[in-house]
Write a new protein. Structure first.
Length: 573
């Protein structure tokens, strides 16, 4: 199959089969055990980079050391092959997270890359394959490649894609992924890091069935320029994630700016919707938590699963709202919506948003917020918080019968908030053992003033997970000091961590009595000792903040060279 970016009129749905630190959930054996269920609803599953990262502890794989050794934090290579083969037998393709912008070296030696053999040929990178403006030059090393063709990456060595040796290594690596391991396509990481034309070169050589780039930018023109940059002989060679639409979803559901859903993005453009991979959240946006959707997650997924483009559901949402997402996918497929479906009508008002999309088997009508529209000729297919989805009367919805409902989330009864108490609750990941809390606002710190903050108290076990509580002791500290001061206000942000920098949540909006689930999402608000309040939609008003690549909020604009997160984008300093 000749690589041409993404199949035309593709009606599949993709699952991102991981979130940050999802080592247990994303083990190859665990994913394989769910193949029967997942194959009913998903056509593609995007998994983490499976190459060996030379780490003695868990590692998400974004700084791979080896390209032909696929023992990782998620399992052995044999387990990986078994998982891929099991899904393939059920007509589900596995998408590899391909990291070729940069590469780590053996044993932290900056320019020491392993020699590997594939099909009897040895492949190895040298200092001549590293961009000469890579930061290793400032640390006693001598990279001699050409200048970087994109944005530098501060965490590993930037590969010089003008190098014939780099190209030879990448082409062999991708051949191995597709024709040996059995992947069907690639999700290219950090594509701003090198010129788009090299994705075109690699794809026309490797011939993946599916290719999507992480061109992380809120500007449609930046993303479409990247897509066009992959062209070979005038033909686009890769799709891209619809980051502009992701930010419009945040604005619509957290601020009521429904008209933003009409703004320029891939899925709204007839010339690019084929190449739009739409999403509500992913491993990065869910981790950094810049615009939490909270109880609008089901409605936001209803939107992407009604729109043209190829929707990519996040594992975190699948786990929490499985019954609803199953029904939304079933309705989409019953209507025959595909990545080039025609939008018949769309409109916004102060009350919400109306979307009408034409499928090959019938039409879908989605009402978001409290919007209304004539529904003559339509049947109500599904409704939930802030959405109603209608299907034209000719569509057979019998497959929805017996699918059940998502269980109503209930906070364990041992979670209590006393009168006047300022506190928060955290359902702890299995990898955490020393639970600390760090809470602050622009004026002061509420948790000792010294990282990693105050010790949390174990309350009990809820559905197999430990639940901890942080309660403020009334003391406040000047920012970045341990000097006590008179408190000013209440916390604005909160982090739960494992006693240091190795494991921590995103910078989360603090809500008094908030019950934060394993992935850092606010699931409920515990009332004043007697009950549970409703979760309210809110926006973190913190767009001027800077974050490092671990999701930690910095005290101000960084001065050290590196890659940071600012206003929803990766930024090079």
């Amino acid at each position: 199959m000749v690589a041409q970016g993404w199949p035309s009129q593709y009606d599949g749905v993709m699952l991102q089969g991981f979130y940050w630190d999802s080592y247990a959930d994303t083990k190859w054996t665990n994913l394989e055990s769910q193949a029967d269920e997942m194959a009913e609803f998903f056509n593609l599953i995007w998994v983490p980079n499976s190459a060996y990262a030379n780490a003695t502890s868990n590692n998400m794989g974004y700084h791979p050391v080896y390209w032909f050794n696929h023992k990782s934090a998620f399992g052995t290579e044999d387990q990986l092959r078994s998982m891929i083969a099991t899904f393939k037998a059920k007509d589900v393709g596995i998408i590899e997270d391909v990291v070729i912008n940069h590469r780590a070296s053996v044993n932290s030696n900056w320019l020491n890359f392993p020699a590997e053999t594939y099909k009897g040929v040895e492949y190895q990178l040298t200092a001549a394959d590293i961009c000469k403006d890579d930061e290793s030059k400032d640390n006693g090393y001598n990279p001699t490649g050409a200048r970087d063709t994109g944005e530098p990456w501060g965490g590993a060595r930037d590969l010089d894609h003008t190098s014939e040796n780099v190209q030879k290594n990448v082409m062999a690596y991708e051949d191995f992924l597709l024709n040996d391991l059995g992947y069907v396509g690639f999700r290219y990481d950090f594509v701003k890091g090198f010129a788009a034309k090299y994705v075109g070169l690699y794809n026309t050589t490797a011939r993946p069935q599916f290719s999507v780039g992480e061109c992380w930018d809120g500007s449609k023109s930046v993303v479409t320029n990247w897509i066009n940059g992959t062209k070979v002989d005038g033909v686009i060679q890769s799709a891209a994630f619809d980051f502009p639409l992701k930010y419009y979803i945040n604005d619509a559901f957290t601020q009521g700016k429904w008209s933003r859903l009409n703004s320029a993005c891939l899925a709204n453009d007839n010339n690019y919707k084929r190449y739009a991979v739409t999403f509500v959240d992913n491993h990065d946006s869910g981790r950094f938590g810049e615009s939490p959707l909270y109880d609008n997650i089901e409605a936001a997924n209803a939107f992407i699963l009604t729109m043209p483009g190829t929707p990519c559901v996040w594992l975190g949402h699948w786990k929490s709202y499985k019954a609803t997402i199953k029904k939304l996918i079933t309705i989409r497929k019953a209507a025959g919506i595909h990545n080039e479906s025609n939008i018949l009508a769309k409109s916004s008002s102060a009350e919400g948003y109306v979307l009408n999309v034409e499928g090959t088997k019938g039409n879908l009508l989605l009402l978001l917020g409290t919007a209304t529209a004539p529904t003559d000729g339509y049947q109500l297919a599904l409704e939930g918080k802030n959405f109603k989805l209608y299907a034209s009367g000719n569509i057979d919805l019998s497959a929805l019968d017996g699918m059940g409902e998502d269980p109503v989330f209930t906070v364990p009864p041992f979670c209590k908030v006393g009168d006047g108490e300022i506190c928060a609750f955290f359902e702890v990941p299995t990898t955490y053992s020393n639970i600390k809390c760090w809470a602050w606002n622009d004026h002061c710190n509420f948790t000792t003033g010294k990282w990693p903050g105050s010790t949390c108290s174990l309350l009990g076990i809820h559905k197999g997970n430990r639940v901890y509580k942080w309660s403020w002791n009334g003391k406040a500290y000047k920012p970045n000091t341990v000097t006590e001061m008179t408190p000013e206000g209440t916390p604005a942000m909160i982090i739960f961590n494992n006693g240091g920098n190795d494991k921590q949540t995103a910078n989360l909006t603090f809500v008094n009595g908030g019950y934060y689930a394993e992935q850092g999402t606010l699931r409920a608000i515990v009332g004043s000792a007697t009950g549970i309040g409703n979760v309210t939609t809110m926006l973190i008003k913190d767009n001027g903040a800077w974050y490092d690549l671990h999701g930690r909020r910095l005290p101000g604009e960084p001065t050290k060279k590196g890659v940071y997160i600012h206003q929803g984008k990766k930024v090079l300093k």
